[in-house]
Design a protein around this ligand. Structure first.
Ligand code: NAD
Length: 468
């Protein structure tokens, strides 16, 4: 049954009209009012921290409360603080120099709110991936409509109720529903649309938005590789790799997707990762910090990937644990050398399964990464800075980390976004403010400006000015 009815379409369109009218009434939301909006986002996050953890736990079955605190609640508190601290400077006009033949005059860029922003968010970090773009849009002075994921209904209901405490619907509104609602949402002529989710749906979103010439930011996924060189100790690499891969049970857009390591290091690395996972989650099945898979479909998809690799002759290493019962949990898993044509190596894994493969030197590793779509993140482990730079220069990815995993995400001053099949555009910090503002170029001429002398009939003065 379609999740869309005519009432929902009517509601979407009336909210959009109300937001557009409100924006027309207040095209330049003041600095003071934007600070109020940022403070409201921070206050809501703090006030509802426990409810956010409860909702995530209810949606996933098991969702580590510590990780919800770190990646959703604390992340948003830090992001709001950062935005508050820098908003004044981001809002200032940016002067540029005026060429001599156009003097006197002033030239500058004004950062103006685009208008009504649409945001479509996924389920894997259901609070942060909705609230972080909302924060950026509000800092920019926009109005916002959010369409959160249908796979995390408790969080979607909670966010709707939370936002209604601080914002009128003509300012921030939440539209609930699944793919059909999402599709209708993308047909709204927003002034900007930020979509976070799969590459497949991202293409549909871009197509729909093109009809209205709505500018789009696509925050998509992909296979984020890890390259390890000869100089790096597998035991050392295993620590951040295990953390990055098994946090949220691997359901993270920038989780390491597969590892390329020197041949003699693959087995020690695989064993070190499993040992580290065993240390982190002594009994993953009952461990409240080891998150479950979000839905039956994803649970079955991941198990099928493991079984396909096993059938193809790959060795499977798994952490030991009890019986997870009905919880959709999958043991921390490393797959040694799965076939290149297996689903594990062809599709984004998005779960607690990490292929570890041998490379034949850095050039081989780089060319194997380049044979796939451009990833959202790339991780390189090397004690040699030149080697790390060589890998960065030889590849293209949305972001990258040297000798660690995922940390770039938390540096608010780093624009976060993909490239190629992992998306385009960026947000976080200033990049988010820029995404939701229009860079309006202004030239201010004095009342009398010498350019008036340049007009037909062209004479000697013109020849002097126009010469190259
Ligand atoms: P998804 O694409 O299935 O769904 C995301 C959102 O799109 C949901 O709100 C959904 O209802 C909506 N949607 C579905 N069909 C639609 C349509 N036809 N038109 C408009 N909207 C539609 O993605 P998902 O499974 O929720 O998320 C997982 C994917 O997201 C992974 O690929 C992951 O890598 C990626 N991701 C990327 C980032 C990032 O920041 N780049 C962050 C998290 C997740």
């Amino acid at each position: 049954m379609s999740d869309l009815d005519s009432k929902q379409i009517e509601r979407m369109s009336s909210v959009f009209k109300a937001q557009t009218a409100a924006f027309e009434d207040e095209r330049h939301r003041s600095y003071k009012d934007r600070l109020r909006d940022i403070d409201a986002i921070a206050a809501l996050t703090k006030r509802h921290a426990d409810a956010i953890k409860d909702a995530a736990a209810a949606d996933f079955g098991v969702r580590s409360r510590n990780e919800t605190q770190l990646t959703e609640v604390a992340y948003m508190a830090t992001a709001a603080k950062h935005t508050r601290r820098h908003l004044w400077s981001w809002m200032q006009k940016e002067k540029v120099s005026v060429p001599g033949n156009l003097s006197p005059g002033k030239a500058y860029v004004r950062r103006e709110p685009k208008g009504v922003a649409g945001i479509i968010s996924p389920w894997n970090y259901p609070f942060q991936l909705a609230f972080s773009p909302i924060l950026a849009a509000l800092a920019a002075g926009c109005r916002v409509m959010l369409k959160p994921s249908e796979l995390t209904p408790n969080m979607s209901d909670l966010m709707k109720a939370m936002l209604a405490e601080e914002f009128d619907e003509s300012h921030v509104a939440v539209i609930l529903g699944g793919p059909a609602v999402g599709e209708a949402f993308t047909k709204i002529p927003f002034d900007h649309l930020l979509y976070t989710g799969s590459t497949h749906v991202g293409r549909l979103v871009a197509k729909a938005a093109a009809e209205n010439l709505t500018p789009v930011t696509l925050e998509l996924g992909g296979k984020s590789p890890v390259i390890i060189d000869d100089s790096y100790d597998p035991e050392q690499a295993a620590i951040p790799l295990t953390f990055g891969k098994f946090m949220n049970a691997g359901q993270t857009c920038i989780a390491p997707d597969y590892v390329l390591a020197p041949g003699d290091k693959t087995r020690p690395l695989a064993e070190a990762i499993i040992a580290r996972a065993q240390h982190s989650y002594p009994d993953w099945a009952s461990d409240e910090d080891y998150t479950a898979i979000v839905s039956d479909r994803h649970y079955e998809r991941l198990n099928a990937m493991i079984e396909e690799a096993r059938a193809g002759g790959a060795e499977i290493l798994q952490a030991e644990g009890g019986d997870p019962g009905n919880a959709r949990k999958i043991a921390p898993t490393v797959v040694l050398n799965p076939p290149e044509d297996s689903k594990l190596m062809q599709e984004e894994i998005f779960g607690p399964v990490l292929p570890v493969l041998s490379h034949n030197g850095l050039d081989d590793a780089v060319s194997r990464v380049n044979a796939k779509d451009r990833p959202l993140a790339l991780y390189v482990y090397s004690k040699n800075r030149k080697t790390a730079r060589k890998v960065l220069e030889g590849t293209i990815s949305g972001g990258a980390v040297v000798n660690n995993t995922m940390l770039h995400y938390s540096v608010e001053d780093l624009p976060f976004g993909g490239v190629g099949a992992s998306g385009y555009g960026a947000y976080h910090g200033k990049a988010g403010f820029e995404t939701f503002t229009h860079a309006r170029s202004v030239f201010e001429a004095p009342v009398w400006h010498p350019s008036r002398l340049i007009a037909p009939p062209y004479g000697k003065l013109f020849q002097m000015i126009a010469k190259n």
